[in-house]
Design a binder for this molecule. Structure first.
Ligand code: CA
Length: 446
């Protein structure tokens, strides 16, 4: 396996060749890649998954013009580890990224380990312009900055969340009030945060429409704090629960931003050649501290290895390659974005990854499921899915066995009825678990 430095040197040479080929007009147009991630959006809270009280016409258009993956997962039930898995294509526990890093700018351990090659490194090495907009949450120290992880441009918040209206421009700001960061410099921002991210995403496309580009657009909405512009709150006056009303307004603003981005891609005449992937980083958080999101009929929510914690809405659009309006029912996972994007771009995958290129599966060229099984581990809890069977080991208590085909809500534990199946799947988990390392850092308290 190449280390990150060798890989970057090797691919820098390749990028020069690719650019030269483009100048001669011999290289076919490679697709742009846009990855849109929302934060703590409930798995039921999008129109194409049946949501009724929050219209999401633009997210729904991704589904209508592309493929909906109905059994889509993220690799972790909360924020930062999912992002680490997304950007490396690897189960993030393989390199100790199993928790959320605290906002500690002097801590050079709490972040996406610097020896890991990212999707941005990989696509940049293949000659792509690379940009990240939005929530980073992969380490606060300078060594973890997006500009050090393969992105040529960055605008956003580098912590795990943020106030949507305010920032603290002087003194030592707390995580949710840190100044916005543009390419490593603190900048003042006056727009509602979601709108600022949408604006910057469009500006990135405007700057790079003439070349292949990779845009990672990570909204922190609809993560708490629940804050929305008054005009959007007024539009949702019919929702009685004030938390749900605010959540709806926040999500609606994300949807409008996606609409703006699609309009820019269309205006620049690159929509046809753009692979767009959309999903939420984890299931909706339930309870008092939650954001009034919904995961029904799935069990539990953010933080849990039950379906409600790790299932996500998922749509992919690439008009030039993917037939519109398809539904795909085999399990896919956010780890697959790396392999899919790299394959679409013709980029060399730098290391052994856990994700697979979904395109042959989504086009029907490969009828087999992309994955024999999927795994999760979060502290003392873990889960494994193989076919329609799923084992969930809650933090407390014994492993449980579910048949997702008959029981998608994980309401009937079959562990006592099928001890042999449970034992075999538990042994399979144990073998995977032995490949992982201990967490390099702990989540902050509270
Ligand atoms: Ca999250």
């Amino acid at each position: 396996m190449l280390d990150r430095r060798s890989f970057l040197q090797l691919t820098a040479a390749g990028a020069g060749l690719a650019a030269a080929g483009g100048l001669r007009g011999q290289a076919p147009r490679r697709p742009n890649v846009v990855v849109i991630v929302t934060d703590d959006q409930g798995s039921a809270d999008v129109g194409f998954r049946g949501c009724r009280d929050i219209p999401t016409p633009h997210l729904d258009s991704l589904a209508a013009n592309g493929v909906v993956c109905r059994q889509a997962y993220v690799s972790h039930p909360f924020c930062s580890p999912t992002r680490a898995g997304l950007l490396t294509g690897r189960y993030q526990q393989r390199f100790g990224h199993e928790n959320n890093p605290a906002w500690l700018p002097a801590d050079t351990v709490a972040g996406l380990p610097v020896d890991q090659v990212t999707l941005a490194d990989t696509l940049r090495g293949a000659g792509y312009a690379t940009g990240a907009v939005g929530k980073w949450h992969l380490g606060a120290a300078p060594c973890f900055h997006p500009l050090r992880r393969g992105f040529q441009e960055y605008f956003g918040i580098r912590g795990g969340g943020h106030d949507y209206f305010r920032q603290q421009l002087t003194g030592e700001a707390r995580e949710y009030l840190i100044p916005l960061d543009r390419n490593g410099e603190s900048v003042a921002e006056t727009e509602y945060l979601t709108d600022a991210f949408s604006r910057e995403a469009g500006a990135f496309v405007d700057r790079h429409a003439a070349e292949p580009f990779f845009l990672y657009l990570a909204y922190n909405a609809p993560h708490t704090p629940l804050q929305a512009p008054p005009e959007d709150l007024a539009r949702f006056a019919a929702i009685a629960d004030p938390k749900r009303r605010t959540y709806a307004a926040m999500l609606s603003r994300v949807d409008a931003g996606v609409g703006r981005l699609l309009a820019t891609l269309r205006a620049r005449q690159v929509l046809q050649d753009t692979l767009i992937v959309y999903f939420s980083d984890n299931g909706g958080p339930l309870g008092e501290k939650g954001n009034a999101s919904g995961n029904a009929p799935l069990r539990a929510g953010k933080g849990s290895c039950y379906e409600g914690g790790v299932r996500t809405p998922w749509a992919m659009q690439w008009p030039a390659r993917l037939t519109a309006g398809r539904v795909y029912d085999q399990p896919v996972i956010s780890l697959d974005v790396f392999a899919t994007a790299a394959a679409a771009a013709g980029a060399k995958v730098p290391h052994a990854i856990d994700g697979v290129d979904l395109l042959p599966h989504l086009t029907g060229a490969n009828p087999a499921p992309p994955h024999e099984r999927l795994h999760w581990r979060s502290g003392p809890s873990w889960a494994l899915r193989e076919g329609d069977w799923k084992v969930v080991k809650p933090g407390q208590g014994a492993p449980q066995l579910f048949d997702l085909a008959a029981d998608p809500a994980e309401s009937r534990d079959l562990a006592a009825a099928q001890p042999e199946r449970l034992a075999r799947l538990t042994a399979t988990h144990d073998a995977w678990n032995a490949e992982l390392r201990a967490p390099l850092f702990r989540s902050p308290q509270g």
